[in-house]
Design a protein around this ligand. Structure first.
Ligand SMILES: O=C(O)c1cc2cc(O)c(O)cc2[nH]1
Length: 513
């Protein structure tokens, strides 16, 4: 959310968050690396275009026009520099001047070597326990952020992985409308709208970057889980990967995985919603996961099929009005999983990404908690791979991403909540290999033929066969007729050559010995 340097009474009251890159001669001497030309402290641009009708409590939520309720001045970095103080490089660039291109490849978790799998699991566990070096989280709404005495900013340290969990929670939390009033849940800054794909893309990029820095390994790449294999089992739910089931309680993880020791963040949803508090860095109970175990909802006891991915990649429009979870013929709503895989909206359907979440049947199936289960990372890298393949195939102009009237948080120029420094949906609506320095190693399924396509092919084939038979028969008849005519007892005929008779193919009587 915010850099530690900005979690102060001074920064919050001035509305300026422009930390020094290198405090060469005291605080305020090198804001945003301006000394070395990396960036400058400027007015934040926040999207104020109209949003959709789903949210009608304007003025009541800190996330409106993010991030201006907290800060209205921030670093704007030049060239390939980025970060809260312009101290790092944009994704895909490295080196002291951020002018060296870099590229990493995200691979199928199941294709990694035993050593690579171990390294990934250990890296996740390290991220779960290592304090985030730069970022702190707000534990109160803006109106209470300075604490009861107005002088004690309510922020907490958080670990790298828990920051990933908390960001997702903060983006989906309800709008608090006051004590004794029901919080408003019809708001979601990261789902049920076009930003679903751009928001989750940045969410993963941020975790990947934080883990690269933690490991001091710029080549570290998040792998993916291909959840659309058509097999209705969680093939990565094994103890060498994200953990098998416990033998003692089928809703828990086996003692043989480190993830059984993880404790979840943001469990106390009733407290947040009734007291108007915000999830803090206190952990609670264990991860729960019971894949295909939701007997009350047989519809979500299965995983998507390869065909579902092939079909959704053919949906030609990125998103369609009302740019919400009831959009039809929308690629975004299809891959998110509120439409059937061919794009038709059906309120009873859960497909692709949503189906994979619900299949997990536990922590990973509840929006305020889901990233607590590390399988979330892998489920979303695969969803992002589908998004990237769609961008590659359809090569859209960014003008097709809605500029206004999308649900709040989802307009093209909206700064994604709660990321810092501010980053718009637009900036993530680009092909990853060319613009973000990563790609996916993945084989996409080809689409099975529709019944209508099979019938069309059969009819065309039959017509071609009929045409060939007809042409052949015509030739034969024609040849016979010529032959009959050639047998007329005319003296001149004796001097006819064979070739005169060979209009099409020789009849047996014309065969030359
Ligand atoms: O009910 C759904 O379709 C559903 C559940 C769920 C959980 C989650 O963490 C998501 O990110 C999305 C989602 N959709």
């Amino acid at each position: 959310q915010f850099p530690r340097q900005c979690a102060t009474v001074e920064a919050l009251t001035s509305g300026e968050c422009c930390p020094d890159l290198s405090p060469v001669s005291g605080p305020g001497s090198d804001p945003c690396g301006s000394f070395s030309g990396r960036g400058q402290c400027i007015q934040v641009t926040a999207d104020s275009r109209p949003h959709g009708p789903q949210y009608m409590h304007d003025g009541r939520d800190d996330r409106e026009q993010w991030p201006i309720r907290f800060f209205n001045r921030t670093c704007s970095c030049n060239g390939n520099f980025t970060g809260y103080n312009c101290g790092t490089c944009r994704p895909g660039w490295s080196g002291p001047a951020c002018d060296q291109p870099t590229h990493i490849v995200r691979r199928n978790l199941l294709d990694l070597s035993r050593e690579e799998k171990n390294r990934f699991v250990n890296a996740l566990n390290q991220a779960k326990n290592a304090m985030h070096p730069d970022i702190v989280i707000a534990t109160r709404r803006r109106e209470e952020i300075l604490g009861p005495d107005g002088n004690t900013p309510e922020f907490e340290n958080v670990t790298i992985y828990n920051y990933f969990v908390w960001s997702h929670y903060y983006s989906v939390r309800k709008t608090f409308l006051g004590p004794g009033q029901q919080s408003f849940g019809g708001v979601d800054f990261s789902h049920e709208g076009p930003a679903f794909l751009t928001w989750h893309r940045y969410h993963l990029l941020q975790l990947e970057r934080d883990m690269q820095d933690m490991l001091q390994d710029p080549s570290f790449a998040l792998p993916y889980w291909n959840f659309a294999t058509g097999r209705n089992t969680c093939d990565i739910c094994t103890d060498d990967l994200v953990g098998a089931k416990s033998n003692f309680d089928t809703t828990l993880l086996s003692q043989n995985t480190i993830f059984s020791q993880w404790r979840v963040l943001c469990e106390n949803i009733e407290d947040y919603d009734t007291l108007g508090t915000i999830c803090n860095s206190t952990e609670g109970g264990p991860i729960r996961r019971n894949p295909a175990g939701n007997v009350a909802r047989p519809m979500v006891q299965r995983l998507p099929e390869p065909q579902d991915v092939a079909l959704c990649l053919e949906v030609g429009l990125f998103d369609t009005p009302p740019f919400y979870s009831n959009s039809s013929d929308s690629f975004r709503n299809t891959v998110e999983g509120y439409s059937d895989p061919s794009g038709k909206y059906d309120p009873a359907v859960r497909s692709l990404h949503n189906l994979a979440h619900l299949f997990l049947n536990g922590t990973g199936g509840q929006t305020h908690l889901s990233p607590n289960d590390p399988i979330f990372v892998l489920l979303h890298t695969f969803t992002d791979a589908v998004f990237d393949e769609w961008l590659r195939r359809h090569n859209p102009d960014n003008s097709i991403y809605p500029i206004e009237n999308a649900p709040i948080g989802h307009n093209r120029q909206y700064n994604m909540v709660p990321f810092w420094p501010p980053v718009t949906n637009n900036e993530m609506f680009v092909t990853a290999p060319e613009n973000l320095g990563y790609s996916y190693e993945v084989q996409w399924p080809s689409r099975a033929l529709h019944v209508t396509e099979i019938i069309t092919i059969a009819i065309v084939t039959a017509l071609i066969l009929v045409a060939i038979i007809f042409a052949g028969a015509t030739c034969i008849v024609h040849a016979r007729r010529n032959k009959d005519e050639s047998h007329q007892p005319l003296l001149t005929d004796q001097y006819q050559t064979y070739s005169d008779d060979y209009d099409c193919i020789p009849t047996p009587s014309q065969s030359v010995v």
